[in-house]
Design a protein around this ligand. Sequence first.
Ligand code: GAR
Length: 188
Amino acid sequence: MKNIAVFASGNGSNFQAILDATRSGELNATIQLLVCDRQNAYCIQRAEEANIPSFVFTAKQYESKEHYEAEVISHLKELNVEFIILAGYMRLIGPTILDAFPGKIVNIHPSFLPLFPGKDAIGQALLANVESTGVTVHYVDEGMDTGPIIAQEKIIIDKDETKESLEKKVHDIEHVLYVDTLKKLFNQ
Ligand code: GAR
């Protein structure tokens, strides 16, 4: 059984999918902590409802990234967390956390990387008028969505696609792909 922490900044639908898979026994992991950088994010409520502790912080209240990352690490170590799972966490992971968890940080990104890294990847794909986009699960390095790819899935963009319809397709695939990929990493 792997002890994991999920980092999220928003709605937390991927957090929920991972949580459900741990609770059903499908995924051999326990979420020890939710780490969130936005006070009003819905993922915090999801954690509360599931009795999962959360560490919620405001980056601006710290002297530097190094300072808040050091505090995050102290919570993770206390809870024996082995893996960090980023699920819509909209901050770059700095060297402090990268050095403390080498090769143990995974992210999901809503595009077929290396295409459309960074913010609003779904909007970027629509604007670029491409025929397909996708979802990527990858290890995290110091770059923005640049680490080694673990799994990817393509998504066709239909002619009458809207931002809302594409977001739904992306999220539906993310929830399945993330859990399946984590199963391969943890259920050995
Ligand atoms: C997901 O689509 C995730 O891939 C994306 O944020 C969304 C969070 O949704 N992450 C990134 O763009 C990271 N660069 P959720 O809060 O409902 O899980």
